[in-house]
Ligand binder design. Structure first.
Ligand code: C2O
Ligand code: CU
Length: 595
């Protein structure tokens, strides 16, 4: 196995992801961050220099399980201390499993500020993925990484979310959906056509300085015109080039802050083969739902007449105020020089209605483990944890809470606290958070009890134990509203045993869970007023976040922390500079690896 070594400067950049210039967090002067491609078994080593002058930073490798390297998980206050301005931290971990992943900031709301990029782990030739023979050599398209973008910066967003009483301000819907960091603010279909025409016809020479052109708002951003977009400008639409007759693998991942999305390609069907780095039983779809934190691979056959086709990415699950993002699938002739772009004929495909929840459920429920590589989960669990998601008020502030407890994070990272034997003083170790909620809780009604408390308690899981988690969704503070929450688990994949509407009732539902071919995932959606049941094996010593992947929801406390194998924590080889903060820094005499 090889080592993939990169050096990154994380820094503020002026960038115009949707043709309007803002400050973003970039890597090596660019947004989004560079792609990392490794092969299964390779070591990835990222030397990260924090070149931001006023804030700490960490980077999380979403979907990488970090066996033996929990300190490299990149979660501030959980797996490491935030890396201070001017300092350097080296993330070194094994890309243990082929699949479609990404990385992102995991401190404050730095993901929403643009700190993310794609991470691809290719299969090894000795152990090809089971669908490898179904797409052509060279048929790997660039990954499609989806995100959403606000013109208001993340400090303003966070201050609004933290605001008390009338000072609370919800972030609202994003201004623009981005595909590989590119979008076109408020371009609706009509103007978009115009802009794409400009893209085709504009003489590149007239866009002398493409990095700067879009800061000239007069010239570049007339809302009714949406253009011009120079082909090399920061907000030019993404073009995927294919050759007729070939079959391609398209990787799609979502690191949105809020939006639930749907991807639809004009005139083409997709066959879903991978989800979150795990094989799924192939199934054919017209469009694909994708929640924040999820990834898929689809097979795409270029079986239409040679032309250009629209790719639409529209909002699902929330009343959209954001126009769909567009990209182009362009058929060429396979020659070295890219063919001249043609404007797709017809209108971009319309993604399914945002509130067609039945359709979303049908898509999600049809994801099953691939038959010929399926290994079913352990038959029973040792431990059951029920997590009720509610929106609540705490001290005049809006919080999300789990069993009426809203997550706060301690100054000393949990991993460091356990590693150094400081767990009794580093956080509230007087008990675990509640693992159940009242029998008579009515999930269809706004919460009756608003007395939410904040806590940094953790669940302590026995090494090797089999854990079942039921995520229970409920009504929000407002009558008859419940949202969709994609929950992501660090350090693991879990089996998704089932979903249902209303309140989970073990007597009625346990027998109907799917023990035969549940898909393995690292992110699972919880539908409005519904429940989702998961199972995982707590075999990864470390401290792992489990949370809603919607950035403002996590910011408002929607998560829990699992500490696994605490009796083995001292054996870990934790780099000293991962823990140079909080109590660990103040008790310098503590041996790093107590015997
Ligand atoms: Cu991609 Cu804790 O998140
Ligand atoms: Cu959420």
């Amino acid at each position: 196995a090889a080592t993939v070594e990169v050096t990154w400067d994380v820094e503020y950049v002026l960038w115009a992801p949707d043709c309007q210039q803002r400050v973003m967090i970039g890597i090596n002067g660019r947004f989004p961050g560079p792609n990392i491609t490794a092969r299964a078994g390779d070591v990835i080593s990222v030397t990260m220099n924090n070149k931001m002058h006023t804030e700490g930073v960490v980077i999380h490798w979403h979907g990488i399980r970090q066996f033996g390297t929990p300190w490299a998980d990149g979660t501030a206050s959980i797996s490491q201390c935030a890396v201070n301005p001017g300092e350097t931290f080296v993330y070194k971990f094994v890309a243990d499993k082929p699949g479609t992943y990404f990385y992102h900031g995991h401190f404050g709301m730095q993901r929403a500020a643009g700190l993310y990029g794609s991470l691809i782990v290719l299969d090894s030739p000795e152990q090809p993925e089971p669908f490898r023979h179904q797409y052509d050599d060279g048929g790997e398209l660039p990954m499609m990484l989806l995100s959403d973008w606000w013109h208001q910066n993340v400090y303003a967003q966070a201050a609004g979310l933290d605001g008390k009483d009338r000072h609370f301000e919800w972030i609202g819907e994003p201004q623009t959906i981005l595909i590989n960091g590119r979008g076109q603010f408020e371009c609706t279909l009509g103007p978009a056509r115009k802009s794409f025409e400009k893209l085709l016809n504009e003489n590149v020479e007239t866009c002398v300085d493409d990095q700067k052109m879009c800061s000239d708002q007069e010239k570049c951003l007339r809302r009714s015109e949406c253009g011009p977009y120079c082909p090399r400008s920061q907000c030019a639409p993404v073009v995927f080039n294919v050759e007729q007759g070939k079959t391609y693998r398209l990787r799609i991942a979502s690191t949105t802050s809020l939006s639930l999305l749907n991807v639809k390609i004009q005139g083409h069907k997709m066959t879903v083969v991978e989800a979150d780095g795990n094989h799924v039983e192939p199934f054919v779809v017209d469009d694909i739902d994708i929640y924040s934190g999820e990834s898929y691979s689809v097979l795409l056959k270029a079986d239409q007449k040679p032309a250009s086709y629209w790719i639409s990415v529209g909002v699902r699950g929330r009343h959209p105020k954001t126009v769909p993002a567009l990209a182009i699938l362009s058929y060429g002739n396979g020659n070295a020089a890219p063919p001249p772009l043609q404007l797709p004929a017809g209108e971009p495909p319309v993604t399914p209605a945002w509130n067609d929840t039945q359709r979303s459920k049908a898509f999600t429920y049809s994801i099953r483990a691939r038959k010929d590589t399926n290994r079913p989960p352990p038959a029973a669990a040792d431990r059951q944890i029920f997590l009720l998601n509610t929106q609540n008020l705490m001290d005049g502030r809006y919080r999300w809470s789990i069993n009426n407890v809203s997550l706060t994070l301690p100054a000393t990272p949990y991993l460091g606290a356990f590693h150094h034997g400081l767990q009794d003083s580093a956080f509230d170790a007087s008990g675990e958070p509640p693992a159940a909620f009242p029998e008579d809780y009515d999930v269809m009604r706004p919460p009756a009890n608003n007395a939410t408390t904040a806590s940094d308690r953790v669940f302590r899981l026995r090494h090797g134990g089999v854990v079942d988690v039921v995520l229970q969704n409920a009504n929000m503070l407002r009558e008859e509203v419940s949202e969709t929450h994609p929950w992501h688990l660090h350090g693991h994949d879990f089996w998704v045993l089932g979903y249902g509407d209303g309140r989970y009732d073990p007597a009625a539902h346990a027998a109907g869970l799917n023990a035969a071919d549940p898909p393995l995932r690292n992110t699972a959606v919880v539908f409005p007023h519904g429940w989702t049941a998961l199972r995982f094996v707590a075999n990864n010593t470390g401290a792992w976040a489990f949370h809603c992947h919607i950035e403002p929801h996590l910011h408002m406390g929607m998560g829990v922390v699992f500490v696994e194998g605490e009796d083995r924590m001292h054996e870990l080889d934790v780099p000293k500079d991962a823990m140079a903060c909080g109590l660990v820094a103040r008790t310098a005499a503590t041996p790093l690896t107590p015997a």
